[in-house]
Design a protein around this ligand. Structure first.
Ligand SMILES: *Cc1c(COP(=O)(O)O)cnc(C)c1O
Length: 450
């Protein structure tokens, strides 16, 4: 039997004992290059053996501080106790029947939890899938079945996945779309309230951007043709953009007034990541449908569409599903993950992470002009890097150099942003404050050397 040596019991310390990546990782990287398709990239090619709490241990014995959570997935930490306990028990009982053949309780329990946790006290139903992209695709299917309309509205800087329909929904060409078209039709993109780069300033951004978006929808598509408006309440891959205040409520009102299904894509921002169960709660938004994945199941592949019962029931029986959707082990992991979020009050932890990070990053910004903007909520925080704070010219080189410097010191950080100039921080919500500060020390050191 494999020794259970990861998870929260892993020593919570940074330890750099070789170059990063070390010799064993380099050996594995050579094997990988010979056999794994080149289109699948890695931020940092150190091969993992264990992970838990706020650290990732590699094959060379290095222990890295984790500011990535496998892209906002292991919010409860890798191999969290309740996730391992529940998923292991499920593994020993049965691994799969297919919910569409003979169902099981775990799937129903996850849907019950989703109904309780998502915003709004209306009757709700859910359907479970394997990946975020699959959830978004199904939200579109459901919205089209309900409205009997076809058009889908998305936003500048939006990211919704890598399948054909979700590539169409995604804004950024490289690396997500280049060479992979043609894309699905009836997808329309409108402006989003990106306060930092709004020509008339962040104060005016919310209402102005909403007016522009609504004008475009009305004039170019026709509201009566729109099945769904899909937006991330905090835009993830696009650069951790929090739509300026007032923007989301205006868009929701427009959707409600025009019989359009409003879909909040909370795949990255959901499940305590921003210090609330869902980021759209921040402005009191109640979406018609909400897509979730990433943080939902502590690292096992699970995704969901949750929403108003009458909308969710619009698709005919057999119209939704998939062989693995709502796999029993993934459902058990989700229940373990939700248990952990409640027990450890991970919303409070995320808020504390925001306080520490924003405090330290603001002090760094005073010394370093390269930090144009600090933004995000909870444990979803980013810095946008610029060549000159006056012109705000994006500085992707600085983002790349900082990320590289952090990696070599044993801190996993990710970049993002339409202009590739955003450094984003997504630590596990269970990270210790000493590790959090040590990670920030490394970022501070890297800035000084830039
Ligand atoms: C990651 C992500 C997706 C796609 O999820 P996958 O599980 O990678 O398919 C969709 N929407 C948002 C907002 C995401 O962050």
């Amino acid at each position: 039997m494999t020794e259970l040596s990861g998870g929260p019991s892993l020593p919570q310390e940074r330890r750099v004992v070789t170059a990063i990546p070390g010799p064993k990782s380099q050996e594995l990287q050579a094997r990988r290059s010979a056999t794994v398709a080149g289109g699948v990239g890695s931020t940092l090619p150190v091969f993992t053996v264990r992970a838990g709490g706020g650290v990732i241990e590699d094959v060379d014995g290095n222990s890295l501080i984790d500011f990535g959570s496998g892209i906002a997935v292991t919010s409860v930490g890798s191999s969290a106790e309740a996730v391992v306990r529940r998923a292991s028990a499920q593994l020993a009982n049965f691994t799969h029947t297919c919910f569409m053949v003979t169902p099981y309780e775990g799937y129903v329990e996850v849907c019950e939890e989703l109904a309780k946790l998502t915003p709004g006290d209306h009757a709700k139903k859910s359907a479970l899938f394997n990946s975020g992209a699959e959830a978004v695709e199904n939200a579109v299917k459901i919205a089209r079945a309900y409205t009997k309309r076809t058009a889908v509205v998305v936003f500048d800087h939006g990211y919704h996945g890598r399948t054909n329909l979700t590539m169409a929904l995604t804004a950024k060409n490289m690396p997500y779309k280049q060479g992979f078209g043609p894309f699905a039709p009836e997808v329309y993109r409108v402006p989003v309230a990106y306060g930092y780069r709004w020509p008339t300033g962040p104060e005016n951004c919310g209402p102005e951007a909403a007016a522009q978006a609504i004008e475009q929808i009305t004039k170019q598509i026709g509201a009566e043709n729109v099945a769904a408006i899909i937006i991330e309440p905090v835009l993830g891959e696009g650069g951790f953009i929090e739509p300026a205040k007032g923007f989301l409520p205006e868009i929701v009102k427009f959707a409600n007034d025009n019989g359009i299904v409003f879909v909040a894509d909370e795949i990255q921002s959901g499940f305590c990541r921003t210090g609330q169960w869902f980021a759209c709660e921040d402005e009191g938004i109640v979406p018609d449908l909400i897509t979730t994945a990433k943080g939902i199941a502590g690292g096992l592949p699970l995704a969901a569409v949750t929403g108003r019962a009458e909308i969710m029931d619009a698709a005919h029986a057999g119209g939704l599903g998939g062989t693995y959707g709502g796999n029993p082990v993934a459902c058990a992991a989700a229940l373990g993950s939700i248990e952990t979020m409640r027990e450890l009050d991970l919303n409070a932890k995320a808020k504390r992470i925001e306080e520490v990070m924003k405090g330290r990053l603001s002090a760094m910004q005073e010394k370093h002009d390269v930090i144009g903007d600090i933004r995000g909520r909870g444990a979803m925080i980013a810095i946008e890097l610029v060549k000159d704070p006056a012109t705000k010219e994006p500085n992707a080189e600085a983002a790349g150099a900082l990320a590289k410097a952090c990696h070599s010191e044993g801190l996993v950080v990710l970049t993002c942003g339409t202009y590739g100039n955003v450094l984003r921080f997504l630590p596990p919500l269970v990270i210790g404050e000493d590790l959090l500060n040590e990670g920030l020390d490394i970022i501070e050191g890297a800035l000084a050397k830039l």
